[in-house]
Design a protein around this ligand. Structure first.
Ligand code: SF4
Length: 182
């Protein structure tokens, strides 16, 4: 690839506020980001729809390509069965991160992206080390590079909040699953 050419990166995206700063950062750092919304962990359905619609509006405004992938929510519940009472950032979240990262890696690989990543590390509530380890483990299986990142660094989280306010975005008050609501 020509060094001046931007790398096509498939970015797992959970919501519009987390994308604001991350997509800007990637664009400024020689990437061409495409969003990949795959989040069977977001409940209830109204909340899922609200987050998705907000993301679609943002992608339209900023002209970011956005890919949607939906699966029956039952599969997600089956995979985290028995872990309902885990602390946030623990085993249930590890499985949840992996479900979403694996689908992103799979799609990126079969669709000829150069690399994949996730916006999740922009949040101070997420386990960055765990996310980066999971992403790195998928590189061999799907023969695709993973961009290890900690997007909250350099005030990334603060900047994402400022940008969300600028765009008057809906910002959720919990991570996603019904176990994280309280
Ligand atoms: S708290 Fe968030 S990351 Fe953890 S299982 Fe629930 S939705 Fe997934």
């Amino acid at each position: 690839m020509d060094k001046t050419e931007k790398k096509n990166i498939l970015v797992h995206t959970c919501c519009a506020p987390c994308c604001t700063y991350v997509f800007q950062y990637l664009t400024d750092n020689n990437f061409n980001p495409h969003g990949f919304f795959y989040n069977p962990n977001i409940h209830p359905v109204d909340e899922y729809q609200t987050r998705l619609e907000e993301l679609i509006s943002f992608a339209e405004i900023k002209k970011y390509p956005l890919i949607l992938k939906e699966d029956p929510v039952d599969t997600w519940f089956e995979q985290v069965r028995g872990l309902e009472n885990c602390q946030e950032g623990g085993k249930r979240c590890e499985i949840c991160y992996n479900i979403r990262l694996e689908e992103t890696a799979k799609y990126a690989s079969k669709s000829d992206f150069d690399i994949f990543t996730t916006v999740l590390t922009v949040s101070p509530h997420k386990n960055t080390e765990m996310i980066n380890n999971l992403g790195t483990k998928l590189t061999e299986k799907y023969n695709i590079e993973f961009l290890e990142a900690d997007f909250k660094k350099n005030n990334g989280f603060k900047k994402s909040i400022e940008l969300s306010r600028k765009y008057n975005m809906y910002r959720q008050s919990y991570c996603g699953c019904i176990y994280s609501i309280h």
